[in-house]
Design a protein around this ligand. Structure first.
Ligand code: QZP
Length: 403
């Protein structure tokens, strides 16, 4: 995109690549530099704007009229390029089209559904913890718990069959890479796109889904006329895209946080009810979803800068979640803080519709661990998994001492 037509006076500019391996390995220095550079920064490499301060990210996220999602929340624009998958009815839509699918998912993933799941998920969490601990007191918190627990409970809750479930994480990994630029991470996933999306789309059909579960509930909403039958499979697809990798990396993040903050594990042990706030604090601290884009629908003034109509704007959720203008001692994972208001789940009309499901998963597994584990510490260097959107952990070797 040409940048020569942009106002250059008072326009802080960065030639950094937020999607380079160096930044994905450790994004914190870039986040600080962007916050310090000004309220809006031009990313010269991509011709897009970046917001990294809490107040500006928050304001843009709630302003869906001027920062739309309908043009796509990735770097490429749906209006000018052929998407690798048809747009999501929720993520890549705005009112009024967005609202009926949103209302359906909000109800399907609402308090009644969660009440039905709570007991079973607590038992599943206890069972997984016993399985892991029966193999020894050293394990991989990311692989053995972070990935294993959501994959154990979430596909069943949606109601998809067993075969092929190993495709869920690679599908999500590619979907989240695809929001970024067309770089090596996207190229890595490209060979399997047809296989993975073909399989995921097939799981969204009514006759494939179990007679009870989130999937069946979405189809039932189409029977009631709340969405059309043509929309139902795409709403199911949203669950399978947004609901797996995010919770996997969120749970890995909270376990990584505890393994590196032993005092906070002791607090949790003394007060197990802190499991929920611990997860939100970990979502603030690690921000499993680091960034996504909006598109300016008109010339929008932010401070002294005008973001021209049609430009992509990159929202740095992770940078906002550690903005010292908003958070005291932001780099500290601290159960005594109130993390509410973090933008790790977004903000405004698109704010994560599955956040209560994610919290229940995390609460179940963290509570199960807290019942059995006296201390948890790193047993080797954690290994990052690079993704254009996600802050992810491939491996978190830990050693625990049991009660
Ligand atoms: C992904 C969908 C952070 C978001 C980009 C996560 C996400 C939300 C929704 C969908 C996919 O509806 O497909």
């Amino acid at each position: 995109m040409p940048t020569s037509d942009l106002p250059t006076s008072d326009l802080p500019t960065s030639d950094a690549d937020p999607f380079s391996h160096e930044v994905l390995e450790d994004p914190l220095p870039l986040h600080e530099a962007l916050r310090e550079a000004g309220p809006v920064v031009l990313l010269s490499r991509y011709g897009t704007f970046a917001l990294a301060r809490y107040d500006d990210v928050h304001a843009a996220l709630v302003n869906w009229q001027e920062f739309e999602s309908s043009a796509g929340v990735g770097l490429s624009n749906f209006r000018v390029e052929e998407p690798w998958r048809p747009p999501s009815l929720l993520l890549e839509a705005d009112p009024p089209r967005h609202d009926a699918p949103r209302r359906v998912l909000q109800k399907v993933l609402g308090p009644r559904a969660l009440r039905r799941l709570r007991e079973g998920w607590a038992a599943d969490a206890d069972a997984l913890v016993e399985e892991v601990l029966s193999r020894g007191t050293s394990f991989d918190a990311a692989r053995d718990i972070g990935a294993a627990f959501p994959l154990r409970v979430f596909p069943d809750a949606v109601g998809i069959p067993e075969p092929g479930r190993e495709k869920l994480l690679p599908y999500g990994d590619h979907a989240f890479n695809a929001f970024g630029p067309d770089n090596d991470l996207v190229a890595k996933g490209a060979p399997r796109v047809a296989e993975l999306s073909g399989w995921v789309n097939a799981q969204c059909q009514r006759d494939v889904l179990a007679p009870t579960g989130f999937g069946a509930d979405i189809w039932a909403a189409s029977d009631r006329g709340e969405i059309t039958p043509a929309q139902a499979p795409l709403v199911v697809r949203s669950l399978l895209t947004a609901g797996v990798d995010t919770t996997v990396h969120g749970i890995s993040a909270v376990l990584y946080a505890f393994a590196t903050h032993p005092d906070q594990w002791q607090r949790l042990r003394a007060e197990p009810g802190l499991a929920r706030v611990a997860f939100d604090e970990a979502v603030r601290w690690e921000s499993p979803v680091q960034t996504f884009f909006r598109t300016a629908t008109t010339d929008v003034r932010i401070g002294d800068v005008v973001v021209p109509e049609g430009r992509k704007v990159l929202m740095f959720l992770a940078a906002a979640n550690r903005d010292p203008r908003r958070w005291a001692d932001p780099d500290r994972f601290d159960l005594s803080r109130d993390p509410s208001g973090h933008v790790g789940f977004g903000m405004g009309i698109h704010q994560c519709v599955g956040q209560h499901v994610a919290r229940l998963e995390a609460e179940s597994i963290v509570t199960a661990l807290a019942r059995r584990v006296r201390t948890i510490e790193l047993d080797g260097p954690p290994v990052r998994h690079h993704n254009n959107t996600l802050r992810a952990l491939e491996s978190v070797p830990v050693r625990v001492v049991l009660d």
